[in-house]
Ligand binder design. Structure first.
Ligand SMILES: Cc1ncc(C[n+]2csc(CCOP(=O)(O)OP(=O)(O)O)c2C)c(N)n1
Length: 286
């Protein structure tokens, strides 16, 4: 069975010293080791942004896709070979901004994959413009007089869009995040892990200390029921003195792959092609 070091690459990350992405990377490698998959059975897709470099630091199959397109690329890969464990990584600008339509439809579809969003509440690679999760009123490089819109709440959005596993982790607590990512990989269906990621260079409000003082773990509340959707909405709306992390909601529903008759029994890549005559189809297009 693969160990954590089997998922390491001998390459120094380009992220700023102290970036939350380091904690996410540590948690991700640990979760992959816990998942029981070998590196060749894992496919990691990333979008564009600081988070996007993650595919270069994990020893697994990787695809660094274009801005906001991590979910369609991951979907295509999984439809071709659903025996691969597919992880779609994104930034908050990437997944909740430009990729927002894909995000909602992937959740409705319940494709079996884990979606990990590095949520630093800014566009960081492009030096600190507002993103869909920046708080209203916050001055940023692109909104010097403060953001006008209210922020997107990824968790309530996921609850109403049909995600079957919804969690939030904190980059400053890699062991806890490792468990959430491992759980998301093991979940059969679309699993969201929204990660509170401090950006030391551009976000001077949502710092490591800011989160350390506020986060509390839902898993430590013995009365919290992860099957109760209304309770999940309530906790997902909590943001202030106290910020919940952990598993908010989990349900079981057939996955997209389960319902597509042509791939249900065998991945597309394994279907024999000998004896398949595509001449007629070719004639239509040539
Ligand atoms: C279609 C397109 N629009 C804009 C850009 C420019 N761009 C590159 S990274 C980025 C912001 C990324 O922010 P986020 O997804 O939050 O990731 P982070 O850098 O914070 O990890 C933008 C706007 C691009 N590469 N492609």
């Amino acid at each position: 069975m693969a160990e954590i070091q089997d998922f390491r690459m001998d390459k120094k990350p380009v992220w700023c010293p102290g970036c939350g992405n380091f904690g996410i990377l540590t948690a991700l490698r640990g979760a992959l080791a816990d998942s029981g998959y070998e590196p060749h059975q894992v496919m990691i897709v990333s979008g564009i942004g600081c988070h996007g470099a993650v595919t270069q630091y994990v020893n697994a199959n990787g695809f660094h896709s274009i801005h906001g397109r991590t979910l369609p690329v991951a979907t295509g890969i999984h439809l071709a070979n659903h025996e691969l464990s597919v992880l779609a990584m994104a930034g908050d600008g990437d997944g909740y901004g430009i990729g927002m339509g894909h995000f909602i439809h992937a959740m409705r579809r319940n494709m079996d994959m884990a979606h990990i969003v590095h949520n630093n509440k800014l566009y960081s690679l492009t030096t600190g413009q507002t993103s869909p999760t920046t708080d209203k009123g916050r001055p940023t490089k692109s909104t010097p007089f403060g953001v006008i819109e209210i922020p997107v709440n990824p968790l309530t959005l996921a609850l109403s869009s049909g995600a079957t596993y919804i969690s939030r982790g904190f980059a400053g607590d890699p062991p806890h995040l490792r468990k959430l990512i491992a759980d998301a990989i093991a979940h059969k269906g679309f699993a969201l892990v929204d990660v509170l990621q401090p950006c030391v260079t551009f976000n001077h409000v949502n710092t490591n200390t800011f989160y350390k003082e506020r986060v509390y773990k839902l898993d430590e509340d013995g009365n919290y029921d992860t099957a109760d959707k209304m309770a999940a909405y309530e906790r997902a709306l909590e943001w202030g003195e106290k910020i919940p992390i952990g598993l908010f909601y989990r349900e079981s529903r057939p996955t997209y792959e389960d319902e597509v008759v042509t791939i249900r029994d065998m991945p597309l890549v394994k279907r024999p092609v000998e004896g398949v005559d595509i001449t007629k189809t070719m004639e239509q297009f040539l």
